[in-house]
Write a protein that binds this ligand. Sequence first.
Ligand code: SAH
Length: 339
Amino acid sequence: MNSIYNLSLADLENYFVNHQDKKFRGQQVFDWLYRKRVDHFEEMTNLKKEVIELLKQDFTLSTIKIVKQEADTDVKKFLFSLKDEEQIEAVLMNHNYGNSLCISTQVGCNMGCKFCESGRLKKIRNLETHEMVEQILMIEKEIGKRISHVVVMGIGEPFDNYDNLVKFIEIMNHPKGIALGSRHITVSTCGIVPKIIQFSTLPYQVNLAISLHAPNNDIRNQIMAINRAYPLELLIDTLKDYLKKTNRRVTFEYILLKDINDQEKHALELVKLVKGMNCYINLIPYNETNNISFQRSDYHTISKFYDILKKNKINATIRKEFGSKISAACGQLRSKKED
Ligand code: SAH
């Protein structure tokens, strides 16, 4: 059965029109789902009994369950069980500007980045739109607060599940529903070039982050398989077009891996690569995992790398660390379960 959380407002309106009802009914249901947050169709008290029966017959409401939580200072991690017993995770972080929820888009991931736990487990399936929407609804209910920012950076490659992702953004962003501002949504990709081009044509001002992690093809080929399909120069040219077209800024994520991409010469190469682009670089201390042998760069190396970027007038930050104690790095909670 289809989940009602797969439907945008326009889909709901069409549904009612196709059932010889008023378009306006769509708006009423959307309101019950996203403003009033009902758990049962019977709670939609301004609908006739027949309409409620129709909805019950055609749609499910909530399908995902929180099965485990781990908390640390300013961070909480949730493990969800899906209707087919697969598991995904989401991470909630408190910031001085609000809170952000990092959500998953797939069960596992096929991108095969060498340093990443999620990739080690391979993709089992895409998440449906409703499973992305429900991560937000469930957690807001659990914590009794609104989530101010959503980062699509959990398990999975969002651009490998493009259509469901775009529908998710449409539902989240709609002013009559959750109304999460598009500038409060960030999508992170390992660099699937055709989808970046497609993404630039969307009518939403969603932030784009690119998992760069290397300043040249040699290193990037070694750690990120996607680079063999879409090498660095193509990725950068595509992003320059994206910037021109959207007038926005891109974020580059750069994990510092000891002795692999963290030396002075790499920082200088990185400066050259992104010079002149409207971007900023998020330097990420690597979260070491038991299953993968990459090591985190020491703090001195990270701060030297950062200084070189700054000296060369590149916007950069060192990512505040959340939850390394609670296996909050991408895919780690789920993979703990699997081991
Ligand atoms: N597939 C998307 C989004 C999921 S990965 C992407 O590649 O952007 C989210 C981010 O976490 C990516 O930048 C990824 O490279 C990074 N990441 C993965 N494993 C990590 C680890 N062990 N420590 C720190 N960052 C990690």
